[in-house]
Design a protein around this ligand. Structure first.
Ligand code: SAH
Ligand code: F3S
Length: 474
């Protein structure tokens, strides 16, 4: 009988990627199929996240629901993976004895054998070790699910920002060899993928073996950086849009700025988390850059690629953050004119250095600051969207709108959702030029340029000199 697997994912894109790989693995090895309803599954997998508050509670809450399923069907296997699993290890089983397997982000490739051991009654089976890059060699080639795909190029993080749990849950930085990444991108392109998003917790720290010899022919060889990865991927037939997430500002330098200048396939959007606009707070976070250095990098980037959209993550209420520090953050947000960004209340993470810092700011003050920042970010994002109205955007069509099947849906270079009325399913997976007609709070509406009445462009675009304006023909 076919094994049915249900996977639930919490957290970041890296976890989404890992969950897809788990599904690939079980499909390939056991002929398993994915099911949406946990009640129908033989294997229940929870891929957890511990980046912020309430991670543990969320996990045990979910497991409590699955416990009932297992009580009704004792053969069901329950596995917990991801960052909470990595941090808690055997403690998960101690609190939820009906869990059969606990595995970490670096051991998910061992899932089939861990499940086998659980089936044989060897449980509880716990493996949250960091066997370096073995994971990628052991995973089957990813299957494309539509025209865009994530490609994990490095794992872990060695930066140790004082607030962050990632280096402890995912381990130190490890990069995949360049050739392996390229093989994966080429295989995805063969399956119709047009856009790749290179993933890593600290993706611009990518240093992949190239197999090429050094300057003097020495065997140790050269390493490829993220800019090289971008250039090589742009050379692969079919790959017309490239993104990467997420960069740390310290390692964002000339090579990438030049890639933004020279490589049209590299989408004009950079997510470069600054976290705070105050040097004092940045130092306490051990981010290892100043606001001035960050600003300077953005200035050079915009010189190289004037139309680039910029987004960031912000942490509000870091221990010791004063009103003045917060004002500095707001000032930077306005000055750099950030587009769609993320902001979070600081959440002390067990085992991180910041968790033991004195913190005397009242929670309601922090929440108030967060609300102010989010209002500001929302207003700026809305202004960016409004400024797109009337212009033409290159949209990668990803499928039909779920709300209105009469419309196709896609994404712009700056990663906004666009819906436009069109009956032709043949456009899914293609780039289409769409004139933006309306900016809604969470998406844009538009009309494909090929469907516009002749002359509409001249009438619609306010920036066009009068002598070039021609009346619409309809
Ligand atoms: N380098 C990775 C970091 C992942 S965490 C990346 O930039 O994607 C994603 C974001 O979560 C961070 O940029 C930070 O803004 C936020 N974050 C991380 N730890 C946090 C904590 N302890 N409290 C609040 N926000 C946190
Ligand atoms: Fe976390 Fe800082 Fe690395 S935010 S993922 S330790 S760059």
């Amino acid at each position: 009988m076919v094994t049915r697997v249900h996977v639930q994912t919490q957290g970041c894109q890296m976890n989404e990627y890992d969950s897809s790989r788990m599904a690939d693995l079980l499909r390939e090895r056991d002929g398993a199929v994915l099911v949406d309803a946990p009640e129908e599954a033989d294997i229940l997998l929870l891929n957890t996240c511990s980046i912020r508050e309430k991670a543990q509670e969320k996990v045990f809450h979910q497991l409590g629901r699955w416990k009932r399923i297992k009580a009704a069907r004792p053969d069901v296997l329950i596995g917990v993976g991801g960052c909470v699993a990595s941090q808690e290890g055997a403690a998960i089983h101690a609190r939820a004895p009906y869990v059969d397997v606990v595995f970490g982000p670096q051991t998910l490739h061992r899932l089939p054998e861990l499940l086998d051991r659980a089936r044989r009654g060897d449980g509880p089976v716990v493996d949250v070790s960091f066997p370096l890059i073995e994971k990628f060699d052991a995973l089957p080639e990813p299957r494309a699910e539509g025209p865009t795909a994530y490609v994990s190029v490095m794992e872990g993080c060695s930066r140790y920002c004082t607030f962050c749990v990632v280096p402890y849950t995912r381990g130190e930085e490890v990069s995949r060899p360049l050739a392996d990444v390229m093989r994966e991108v080429a295989a995805l392109a063969d399956q119709g993928v047009r856009e790749v998003n290179f993933l890593g917790q600290n993706v611009n720290a990518y240093r992949g073996e190239t197999g090429e010899r050094g300057e003097r022919g020495e065997r140790k060889g050269r390493k490829a950086d993220l800019a090289r990865l971008v250039r090589d991927a742009a050379g692969i037939d079919g790959i017309d849009r490239i993104r990467f997430t997420t960069s740390h500002p310290l390692a964002f330098g000339n090579a990438l700025i030049e890639a933004f200048r020279d490589v049209p396939e590299l989408a004009g959007h950079l997510h470069l988390p600054v976290q705070s606009g105050s040097d004092r707070v940045l130092a306490a976070m051990q981010r290892r850059y100043t606001v001035m250095q960050y600003r300077e990098k953005i200035r050079r980037l915009r010189e190289a690629r004037p139309d680039v959209a910029l987004s960031s993550d912000f942490i509000v209420g870091f221990p010791g953050e004063t009103d003045r520090d917060f004002e500095d953050t707001l000032k930077l947000v306005r000055e750099l004119d950030y587009d769609l960004s993320f902001s979070f209340l600081y959440s002390p993470r067990p085992g991180t250095p910041a968790a033991s810092l004195p913190d005397d700011t009242r929670p309601e003050v922090k929440r108030h600051r967060l609300a102010i920042l989010q209002d500001q970010l929302r207003a700026q994002a809305a202004a960016h969207a409004a400024a797109m109205v009337g212009g033409v955007e290159r949209v990668l069509v990803t499928g039909r709108s779920t709300r209105d099947p009469g419309q196709l849906q896609g994404r712009t270079e700056n990663n906004r959702v666009v819906n436009f009325r069109c009956a032709d399913d043949g456009l899914v997976g293609a780039f289409v030029d769409v004139r933006i007609t309306e900016a809604l709070p969470n998406s844009l509406r538009g009309v494909p340029v090929f469907a516009e009445p002749i002359g509409a462009e001249a009438v619609d675009s306010p920036g066009m000199p009068d002598m070039l304006r021609v009346p619409a023909t309809t």
